[in-house]
Design a protein around this ligand. Structure first.
Ligand code: ADP
Ligand code: MG
Length: 267
């Protein structure tokens, strides 16, 4: 039984059992090179394990991207920073490239009227951090409040909040859409207090802090929530014209011009 062939026959089963799919798929090709070129055993082994680890990293990031629920295609590479002069591209890129702020549990707060690119911008930061190996979760704030409320009813709010601890960055989109008269929003305060100085939160909001009394059940809670959010935070204000409206108007202009041109041509 001690022939190379007998060893080889058992390999696929052993590699499956050990969950080494890349070694399983690649060992024959690598073994051929090794045999042909007379590699030392160390090189053969480390080549295969390198391949397994690289594949594993790719699969891990792919898993994190899919669990993040980030809106696809909202990337910093297709965000037109020139359209928002109040936002420093260098600052955003620095937050993407150096993730020390995540280690400190610092926050990113993005304000502005509808359509100015708040969601796009914050999602682009999320995507880049996932690529860098971080774990991110993007959600509409109203959806998360509902989920936390359901957990509270079942007396498992702390467990539900603890589950979110696995994410280095929690992105709460449209924070100020949450209304205290529609839902029990104290759960949102619990979440903010629990993550304070430990795990980062990113949020977008149409309403400035002065309007946040509509979000929380009591003014004292509003103040306490804002206090914790801004203590370590980068605040971006996108006070420009709606990008959505601007592009729609440009498209309309183009259509009108095209129509005018064809009418003139027909004249
Ligand atoms: P908000 O969240 O502020 O309401 P969005 O991020 O949803 O705005 O932006 C509205 C649309 O316009 C989206 O399709 C977004 O990708 C696009 N958009 C907004 N700002 C920009 C920008 N500066 N560069 C590229 N696309 C943008
Ligand atoms: Mg938005």
């Amino acid at each position: 039984m001690n022939t190379p062939l007998a060893h080889a026959a058992a390999l696929p089963m052993m590699l499956t059992e050990l969950r080494l799919p890349t070694v399983r798929a690649q060992w024959q090709t690598v073994a051929e090179s090794a045999n042909r070129e007379g590699w030392p055993a160390e090189r053969f082994l480390s080549t295969l394990l390198d391949m397994e680890m690289a594949e594993r990293e790719i699969r891990r990031i792919e898993r994190h991207r899919s669990e993040s629920q980030l809106p696809p295609g909202k990337l910093h590479s297709n965000f037109d920073f020139a359209a928002v002069p109040s936002v420093s591209k260098a600052l955003v890129m620095a937050m993407i490239e150096a993730d020390a702020w995540l280690e400190q549990g610092a926050n990113l707060l993005v304000f502005g009227p509808p359509g100015v690119g708040k969601t796009h911008l914050i999602a682009s930061v999320g995507h880049a951090l996932v690529e860098a190996g971080k774990r991110v979760y993007f959600t509409r704030t109203t959806d998360l409040v509902q989920r936390l409320q359901a957990a509270k009813r079942d007396l498992r709010l702390p467990a539900e909040i603890a589950k979110l601890d696995r994410f280095d960055l929690l992105l709460l989109d449209d924070f100020s859409y949450v209304r205290r008269d529609q839902t029990e929003t104290a759960v949102l305060f619990e979440l903010i207090a629990e993550r304070y100085e430990r795990k980062s939160i990113g949020l977008t909001a149409n309403q400035p802090f002065s309007e946040w009394n509509q979000v929380f059940p009591e003014p004292a809670m509003t103040v306490a929530a804002i206090d914790r959010l801004v203590h370590h935070a980068t605040i971006l204000e996108l006070n420009v014209e709606s990008y959505r409206r601007k592009t729609a108007e440009q498209a309309k202009d183009r259509n009108l011009k095209r129509k005018a041109a064809t009418t003139t041509a027909e004249d």
